[in-house]
Ligand binder design. Structure first.
Ligand code: SAM
Length: 224
């Protein structure tokens, strides 16, 4: 297994002073994650799982001890595996981070390399409503299992229009996580530099999505 950096006993020093966190973020994900890791856990997190690590962009510049899981060995994760059947013991982690593929069944955009970077090449059949909601329940059950009591689940989720319907991915994730016992506690709206646009759709009668959500769950019956 590969550690990105740091030492599992790092823990960090408990925040001596309270620093509020804004519900709108227009910076990079890695900077926001560091702020969330200092804000939500009751104790400084020692063991973190990135359950969709890809190339590990969330941990650029971080000295946190992170295990990166990905189903695609091409990305060279710490562990190659399926986050709907995780190869980890119960209660192994303080924090799980999830950034699933979004916007299925798109054409390939080689210029932006979206297929490998954002999972836009993934397919979803008609029976699943051409969306990825069928992933969320099995993932949430596993995230709940591998988190310690009071552990935090951070999910980056994008709503989008597909198959002539709004795909309410963030609501589907909230429902899936709640149904396995997570407490939905908070969300942060992350502003994108620009919307993700399929070049085939020059005119659309919905607002261009310029944001995604970071949803925050706790393995607890209380948020705080
Ligand atoms: C949107 S990308 C994550 C990008 C990453 N957060 C980053 O910023 O670099 C989604 C990743 O999830 C992985 N993935 C898809 N299904 C998975 C599964 N069932 N188990 C583990 N990883 C999966 C894909 O291979 C892809 O690398």
């Amino acid at each position: 297994m590969r550690c990105y950096a740091g030492n599992p006993n790092r823990g960090g020093v408990a925040a001596a002073s309270y620093k509020p966190l804004s519900s709108v973020w227009d910076g990079e994900d890695n900077e926001l994650i560091e702020k969330m890791l200092n804000f939500y856990p009751k104790r400084p997190p020692r063991r973190i799982l990135d359950a969709t690590v890809n190339r590990g962009r969330f941990w650029i510049g971080s000295d946190r001890w992170v295990i990166g899981l990905d189903i695609n060995g091409h990305h060279r994760p710490t562990v190659i595996g399926n986050n709907m059947k995780m190869p980890f013991r119960d209660g192994a982690f303080d924090v799980v981070v999830y950034d699933p593929p979004h916007i299925p069944n798109q054409g390939r955009d080689r210029l932006k390399d979206f297929t490998t970077r954002f999972g836009l090449g993934e397919r979803s059949p008609k029976e699943n409503g051409y969306n990825f909601s069928h992933f969320y329940g099995p993932f949430a059950a596993e995230a709940y299992r591998v988190l310690k009591q009071d552990g935090i689940l951070l999910c980056k989720i994008t709503d989008y229009v597909h198959h002539h319907r709004m795909q309410w991915a963030h609501i589907q994730v909230i429902l899936a996580a709640s149904s396995v016992g997570f407490q939905p506690c908070d969300y942060i709206v992350k502003i994108r530099k620009g919307p993700i646009i399929d070049p085939r759709w020059k005119k659309a009668h919905h607002a261009r999505r310029r944001h995604c959500f970071w949803l925050v769950f706790r393995k607890s019956n209380k948020c705080e």
